[in-house]
Design a protein around this ligand. Structure first.
Ligand SMILES: [Zn+2]
Length: 128
């Protein structure tokens, strides 16, 4: 079974030359191994095949976690630690208990509700 994320999912890849670039998952041909996927580069639109393991978290998740991590620095002591913990959990653990509302199925007003529901439906793939 393919472990490819759905077409259209956005990722940010750190390439070997130290450059980070945005990519979007595009259709992958039948001759490509199941653990590889075609992605299109932002900007020039070139398409490359990469290992699924290179993708990391979807860009949306990375942005949410980075925002929480930056906001954490506005606080100090236990408050800052709590914010950092939520940031870490947002990247690593958001398919079990929600780091924000602390429910398995998010409360209706939780900002992560739709992201976590997309993961549960298999529309977004969390970092392996
Ligand atoms: Zn939630």
């Amino acid at each position: 079974m393919s472990t490819r994320p759905p077409i259209g999912t956005r990722y940010r890849i750190n390439w070997a030359d130290g450059v980070s670039g945005g990519v979007t998952v595009v259709p992958t041909g039948g001759t490509v191994p199941d653990d590889e996927v075609n992605v299109m580069h932002d900007g020039d639109g070139s398409i490359v095949t990469v290992g699924v393991g290179r993708l990391g978290n979807p860009e949306t998740v990375t942005i949410v976690a980075a925002t929480l991590r930056t906001a954490a620095e506005w606080f100090s002591g236990d408050d800052r630690d709590t914010m950092r913990e939520v940031a870490d959990q947002t990247e690593a653990n958001w398919d079990s208990i929600c780091p924000v509302c602390e429910e398995v199925d998010c409360d209706e007003d939780c900002p992560l509700e739709h992201l976590r529901a997309a993961v549960a439906r298999g529309e977004l793939r969390r970092r392996a």
